[in-house]
Design a protein around this ligand. Structure first.
Ligand code: DQA
Length: 156
């Protein structure tokens, strides 16, 4: 049991980011904060390292590319941390890809979508997520890494 847990732990966490998150830092800073996505990547990689984990960190504005990366994580990742951005609220394709993942999924949002416009209240990701972290800005990604480390440790 310990053997396969270790084997799984050796696989990286996939941290995937959806559309327009490449503009973090300048995009609506009053909502999303001033931390850039490159800053978040550095924070996430450093936190994962302290937990003995590595990270594949990516961003795309394209739904199909996100689907491809989620599928890649089925064999190459230990779990997925996803900020699907706007696709969270629209994408059945991402929902279906996550459903086929078979590994822990943590949904992250910098803002709290539930406290915002009505169209942000629906999440196709939450329906299949192991856990959801919202409203903590960049710190939410670190909380997700901590949670993922625990989930992976529990894998047999
Ligand atoms: C977001 C929230 C989404 O509603 C929005 O479309 C985003 C960012 C967040 O991190 O708060 O692009 O995912």
């Amino acid at each position: 049991m310990a053997k396969s847990a270790n084997k799984n732990k050796a696989l990286p966490i996939y941290v995937l980011n959806g559309p327009t998150l490449n503009l973090l830092g300048t995009r609506e800073p009053e909502i999303y904060g001033t931390t850039t996505l490159a800053d978040i990547e550095k924070m996430v990689v450093a936190r994962a390292k302290t937990l003995g984990l590595s990270v594949v960190f990516r961003q795309s504005n394209h739904e199909g590319e996100l689907v491809d990366w989620i599928q890649e994580a089925r064999t190459k990742g230990c779990g997925v941390i996803l900020n699907g951005a706007a696709y969270t609220h629209t994408s059945v394709a991402i929902h279906d890809a996550l459903k086929a993942l078979g590994k822990p999924i943590i949904e992250v949002h910098l803002s709290n979508p539930h406290a915002r416009e009505r169209f942000r209240h629906r999440s196709y990701v939450s329906l299949v997520a192991t856990g959801v972290i919202v409203g903590l800005k960049a710190q939410g990604y670190l909380a997700a890494v901590d949670a993922m480390a625990d989930l992976v440790k529990g894998q047999s």
